[in-house]
Ligand binder design. Structure first.
Ligand code: TYD
Ligand code: MG
Length: 456
């Protein structure tokens, strides 16, 4: 009989197990990371899901008989954050907050802790990145906290587990998951297996002790949370905090939410004393817009259920070299090329010998099709050097035949335009029916790009 295997090879990066040694891990492709270790007899906890974390007996219950109480949600007293969370923090939920370094993740969560502590909710802020003094320095910038807010500097999850079981806080912040480690897992903090196991432990704590836990996650160059993709599957809510480092506004976006809609955004502005909510982002985005200058148009986008006005700027000028240059900032480069091809072919506007630069002002990134008509008009406006009336809002999708297609939530967009004092709306012909308030604003319907260009 063959001797039972007692050792195995583990990758230090991804935690995968192999029966023989490889120079390069077949799974994560990192070099020289396999180490020989006693084979794991205990099954890894990471295969256990949320249900085993709550530890229910196998018992059937009728769906009708489960009752939900609204008090299960705690309001954070920050409207923008509440909206993205779907109405407040759900008790016992696990939420992941990702974002670039320095974007303000720690600040946002600390401010949230302030608000909750002021409501006499037991909050514990655990930092693995900053010392107590550094946390205090940031806290002093934000202001004074009247309630009781506890902080802890710790990276060992076994210790954290003990603290949580003993103190039973209602809300815990883990800043950040990449600094946490479990002694049992033989890998560096931040490695895939550590992140996976740590999150699993936190999931069990959240469900088992009914604590709401917020985890901060670093993001990679590609903009996703560093660590296994599985991380996003394990948690209830995934939020991304984004924005241009050089612009002061920040967008909080939900990409996964088991308790609410994911297409809501929250808008904040980073100021001297922390983050301030921006209740009407359109006005903020349009600040400093040039009046009656060619190549500048205002479009209305929808961010979830909220309309957002942004300015598109285009600059078209003669190309000095054989090959025309095109750039797009804030929107898809290929979409700009496509729209220019549509203009060339369907409207007979010869842009092939021109450089074109398209920019969404304010550093925001958008990719809604309703932007198309605005980009087209901005390009033509700059090409012909004719300005579009600055009290005009544009929205509509442009198809490859040059037709202007319908977009969703037309009424909300028009209401926003009225609210902000715009006088004209250029919109797709097909959207014209069932519009209320049409007497309060001048609606200009267009069927294709040629109709739209004639308006110039
Ligand atoms: P921080 O929350 O530390 O970012 P993260 O945790 O995402 O890495 O925010 C850091 C940045 O925010 C820092 O560059 C300074 C700026 N900031 C302000 O402008 N005002 C403030 O009141 C605070 C606390 C930070
Ligand atoms: Mg931080």
């Amino acid at each position: 009989m063959a001797k039972a295997k007692t050792t195995a090879f583990f990758c230090k990066e991804c935690g995968n197990e192999y029966s023989k040694w490889f120079g390069q891990c077949p799974s994560c492709k990192s070099w020289n990371t396999l180490v020989e270790q006693p084979a794991q007899t205990k099954k890894s906890t990471s295969t256990r899901g949320i249900v085993s974390a709550i530890n229910t007996d196998a018992k059937i219950v009728p769906l009708k008989s489960i009752d939900l109480e609204e008090k299960d949600r705690i309001s954070t007293d920050m409207k923008e954050l509440d909206r993205v969370l779907g109405g407040g923090i759900v008790q016992g939920s696990l939420c992941l907050l990702g974002g670039d370094p320095g974007i303000g993740k720690s600040t946002l969560l600390l401010q949230m802790c302030y608000n909750l502590a002021n409501k006499n909710i037991k909050v514990l802020y655990i930092s693995g990145e900053e010392s107590l003094k550094q946390i205090k320095l940031r806290a002093d910038r934000i202001g004074e906290c009247k309630g009781e807010l506890n902080v802890l500097c710790e990276t060992n999850l076994n210790n954290i587990e003990n603290v949580l079981t003993e103190h039973k806080p209602e809300l815990v912040i883990i800043d950040s998951i990449q600094t946490m480690f479990k002694e049992e897992v033989n890998a560096a903090p931040g490695s895939i297996s550590q992140v996976r196991e740590s999150t699993q432990t936190l999931l069990q704590l959240a469900k088992g002790l009914n604590i709401s836990i917020f985890i901060v996650g670093h993001v990679t160059k590609e903009g996703v949370v560093a660590g296994p993709r599985m991380l996003e599957h394990m948690v209830d809510t995934v939020l991304y905090f984004e924005g241009d480092r050089y612009a002061s506004y920040r967008l909080l976006r939900g990409v996964k939410n088991r308790f609410g809609s994911t297409n809501e955004i929250g808008v904040f502005e980073m100021q001297e004393k922390g983050l301030v909510e921006v209740p009407n982002p359109s006005e903020y985005m349009l600040n400093g817009r040039p009046e009656d200058s060619s190549g500048s148009v205002v479009v209305c986008l929808m961010e979830g259920t909220r309309p957002l006005m942004v300015e598109i700027q285009a600059l078209v000028c003669d190309s000095n070299f054989g090959m025309a240059r095109r750039t797009a900032a804030g929107m898809d480069y290929n979409r700009v090329n496509l729209l220019m091809a549509v203009l060339e072919k369907r409207a007979g506007i010869h842009l092939s010998g021109s450089d074109a630069y398209v920019n969404i002002a304010g550093g925001i990134k958008v990719n809604e099709p309703a932007l198309d008509l605005g980009v087209v008009l901005a390009l033509v406006s700059s090409f012909k050097n004719k300005a579009i009336d600055s009290k005009t809002v544009i929205f509509g999708e442009v198809g490859l035949s040059g037709e202007v297609r319908a977009v969703s939530q037309v009424q909300q967009r028009i209401n926003e335009a009225i609210k902000l004092g715009f006088e004209n709306v250029i919109l797709p012909m097909v959207c014209l029916k069932n519009i209320k308030n049409s007497d309060r604003i001048n609606l200009i319907a267009v069927g294709n790009v040629n109709d739209a260009i004639k308006l110039l």
